[in-house]
Design a protein around this ligand. Structure first.
Ligand SMILES: NC(=O)c1ccc[n+]([C@@H]2O[C@H](COP(=O)([O-])OP(=O)(O)OC[C@H]3O[C@@H](n4cnc5c(N)ncnc54)[C@H](OP(=O)(O)O)[C@@H]3O)[C@@H](O)[C@H]2O)c1
Length: 466
């Protein structure tokens, strides 16, 4: 008997949590997982929510369990797994049934799938907040046909996180891959935020000789101020946690090689295509890639010696450096989203995106409230020029410069903070240095240049110089 309001495929970390969230909000949910035992275990462990969970052991069984028109969420790894599931599902579905890819898809794939799914409808939906968010309220970024987004409004709004003012953190971003695009940039910003926190952690650990617990206390203090955010809060907890095996601070036993599933890289690649500079995000992706090269880094230390040297920095300077870095990185992310709107024809609502990110997602922070207000005043203005953020940058910039210059001088690797500062200095340089680049390009390739004096000669007298 068809009794489920919605179906879900993929009972991994995110899918299981999302299914329980849906069930808890009163919507019967039919579930299917590639490995059937996972489905059985999930249903057996659903506790009070078991009556709302309908386990199925075939795709046909899943489809039969859902009331038409059906909506089925895919929560499987990006790439081939999504294509395989769509191919297996579509012959079982009707033209009004809806497949919702809620994983972290590359938005180009979502565009392709939206155009290619025959015999059913398709939404690409970015879901942020990790396991905890999926279970108790994620931020949701939707893309596809507006009517399809609206058809799941009651479920979506019930399961989404709520901002302090009670608004559900779920919004339609635009047609096709718009939702997955915004989710991708969200993840790029997440990479950058995490990298800058890690760099400041490194300055305290390697430069100032602080232990993990003391560093955790610093993060906890910052979590009471302008930097108040999920990532600063969990950094405090991570730094203060003791490893139950060894009794040492947990941070001191974790291998310094970071993983990634691709969203940061997609952001960096797409930013290059859009000619939208996101150097802090690019630096963060680069730092994760370098972190994985442990043997090469060890060889580098053997050959070049030294490593980061002791230094003294004020706690307030480190806090201000992070504040400045965070504003610069978000300004880059929002500018990239603005550029994509123009390129792909999406009417992306920048203040609306800032509002969706206020709760439920990994980059949620108090500062996003101010960013939403600043973008609502003028969505086309770069965030660094919004009066509140311009004033904050002015106040924090001297500290960012002190931290970066002292850190660099003492041999600390600060790629994300340096990238933020480099971009900022370019952004307030009216007379730049690209005249030299243009002269070089004209010399070797006759590319021509524009003149400041407006005269008509657009090539240099290079013939005699070659
Ligand atoms: N983890 C996070 O914090 C997070 C946050 C936001 C978004 N996401 C995204 O959410 C999606 C799911 O992530 P996750 O962390 O939940 O992954 P996960 O724990 O590794 O679970 C993956 C699920 O997909 C199934 N699966 C794998 N390959 C499949 C295939 N070829 N066909 C059918 N099913 C397949 C697995 O089934 P079996 O049991 O049979 O292996 C499992 O149920 C990904 O796109 C991820 O990027 C994750």
């Amino acid at each position: 008997m068809a009794e489920a309001r919605i179906g879900l495929i993929g009972l991994g970390t995110m899918g299981a949590a999302l299914a329980l969230n849906i069930a808890e909000k009163g919507f019967p949910v039919a579930v299917w997982n590639r490995t059937a035992q996972v489905t059985r275990d999930f249903a057996a462990n659903a506790g009070d929510l078991a009556p709302q969970v309908i386990p199925t052991e075939s795709l046909a069984g899943l489809v039969a369990a859902i009331r038409p028109p059906r909506a089925i969420i895919l929560m499987v790894p990006a790439g081939d797994a999504v294509d395989q599931q769509i191919a297996a599902l579509t012959p079982l579905l009707g033209p009004d049934d809806l497949i919702i890819d809620a994983g972290n898809a590359n938005f180009h794939d979502t565009d392709r799938r939206a155009a290619a799914v025959g015999g059913a409808r398709f939404l690409g939906m970015g879901v942020s907040g990790g396991e905890e968010g999926a279970r108790h309220g994620p931020a949701i970024m939707g893309g596809g046909a507006r009517a399809d987004w609206d058809s799941v409004a009651e479920v979506r709004e019930a399961i989404a996180a709520r901002a302090e003012d009670g608004t559900p953190c779920a919004a339609w971003m635009g047609e096709g891959g718009a939702g997955h695009f915004v989710k991708t940039v969200h993840n790029g910003i997440e990479y950058a935020d995490m990298q800058m926190i890690a760099e400041v952690y490194g300055l305290m650990r390697d430069g100032m000789g602080m232990g993990a617990a003391a560093i955790g206390d610093v993060f906890a203090r910052w979590d009471q101020g302008v930097l108040r955010s999920f990532l600063i809060g969990i950094s405090a907890t991570v730094a203060r946690t003791i490893d139950p095996e060894s009794g040492a601070p947990l941070l001191d036993v974790i291998v310094d090689a970071a993983g990634q599933k691709g969203t940061g890289r997609w952001t960096a690649v797409e930013a290059q295509h859009l000619a939208a500079p996101v150097p802090v995000i690019e630096a963060a992706v680069m730092a994760r890639n370098v972190s994985a090269r442990r043997e090469e880094r060890a060889a580098g230390l053997v050959r070049f010696g030294a490593g980061p040297q002791p230094l003294t920095l004020a706690e307030g300077d480190l806090e201000q450096a992070l504040i400045a870095g965070k504003i610069l990185c978000y300004a880059q992310g929002f500018a990239m989203i603005r550029a994509a709107g123009g390129q792909f024809g999406w009417a992306l609502d920048l203040p609306g995106i800032a509002r969706v990110w206020r709760a439920g997602c990994i980059i949620r922070s108090d500062m996003l409230n101010d960013m939403a207000r600043a973008l609502a005043q003028d969505a086309d203005r770069n965030l660094i020029l919004a009066p509140l953020f311009a004033a904050r940058i002015e106040a924090a910039l001297p500290a960012l410069r002190r931290v970066v210059t002292a850190g660099i001088a003492a041999g600390h690797a600060l790629p994300a903070l340096v990238a933020g500062l480099g971009w900022f200095d370019l952004m307030r340089t009216a007379r730049g240095t690209a005249n030299m680049t243009q002269g070089q390009r004209d010399f070797f390739g006759m590319h021509g240049f524009d003149r400041l004096d407006g005269r008509d000669l657009h090539h240099g007298p290079w013939a005699g110089a070659r």
